[in-house]
Write a protein that binds this ligand. Structure first.
Ligand SMILES: Nc1ncnc2c1ncn2[C@@H]1O[C@H](COP(=O)(O)OP(=O)(O)OP(=O)(O)O)[C@@H](O)[C@H]1O
Length: 273
């Protein structure tokens, strides 16, 4: 399972590939606060990888390291076999890493369709000058291609009936689905989901779970998610990293992690030495 090249088969028959990203001995400090302390783990092609842990464990900080938003104080991020140099988050996005946010970050006044189109920005080759000469420069053809990709995602996530609706008018669960659609529009090779089910009712959670699994199945999207709802995590994930006080206390398939005494203690709030 830890071999760098081989994959493995899941119990439900999905093929998980080789390692796409490796986090090696990551430490992240904010002044005197150590948010992440010497954590290593890997992410494999096509898997659903969860990061869980109590409040303040360092999960969001870790997602921000993966997305390139934070540069670790120590340690290395390896992506597709090469050490990733320090780079701005939009460069990381261009490398194929897209994300959703804990607090929804959409443009309320814009339609669902236009919000999802913004997810294509990293894919757009024609710049502003080309847009000015829209037809002659081939920008029109490019725009058609982007729209076709976006329409496919809209169909897939079953949001055709709200494509013209301003996002600000949508209920919470649908906004989260639009955010997922926008991230998918970037055709990510790694999709990062920061608490995709937070604040949802049971029905909305079931829908979101189904969509995450369907996206993984249909597009083979490697997915890393942070989630508080343990039931959801255990149902969805292939492998789970457990963090507590900035340290890694567990890493493995859900059943293994569920029976790990350190994990049980962390969730029951057992005091540290
Ligand atoms: N920008 C920052 N500046 C200073 N300290 C920070 C910053 N971001 C996070 N921290 C601290 O780092 C630690 C880990 O925070 P982080 O938000 O990563 O945890 P978390 O597991 O995502 O928590 P939650 O589940 O509550 O969202 C906390 O002690 C937090 O206060």
């Amino acid at each position: 399972m830890n071999d760098m090249t081989d994959g493995y088969m899941t119990a439900d028959g999905r093929k998980i590939g080789g390692v796409v990203m490796e986090l090696k001995n990551i430490t992240l400090k904010f002044g005197g606060v150590t948010a992440i302390s010497d954590i290593s783990f890997d992410i494999r092609e096509g898997e659903i990888r969860a990061i869980i842990g109590p409040n303040g464990a360092g999960k969001s900080s870790m997602l921000n390291v993966i997305s390139g938003f934070y540069i670790p104080t120590e340690g290395e991020v390896w992506y597709r076999g090469a050490r990733r140099p320090q780079m701005r988050p939009y460069k990381v996005a261009q490398m194929g890493i897209a994300r959703t946010f804990q607090n929804i970050a959409l443009f309320d006044g814009m339609s669902v369709l236009d919000n999802i189109m913004t997810g294509r920005l990293t894919k757009m080759k024609k710049g502003l000058f080309a847009q000015a000469g829209w037809w002659f420069t081939g920008a029109a053809k490019e725009e058609d291609e982007h729209r076709a990709k976006v329409e496919k995602i809209i169909d897939f996530l079953e949001i055709q009936n709200i494509r013209k609706t301003p996002v600000g008018r949508l209920p919470y669960g649908l906004k989260k689905r639009v955010e997922l659609a926008r991230a998918l529009a970037a055709e990510p090779s790694i999709l990062l989901l920061d608490e995709p089910m937070a604040g949802m009712n049971v029905e909305e959670k079931e829908d979101m779970c189904r969509f995450i699994l369907d996206v993984n199945d249909e597009f083979g999207t490697t997915t890393v998610l942070i989630e508080h709802d343990m039931g959801v995590v255990m149902d969805l994930s292939d492998r789970v990293v457990v963090m507590d006080y900035g340290r890694k206390i567990g890493d493995g398939p859900p059943d293994e992690v569920r029976n790990n005494q350190d994990v049980i203690d962390a969730y029951l709030g057992v005091a540290h030495d």
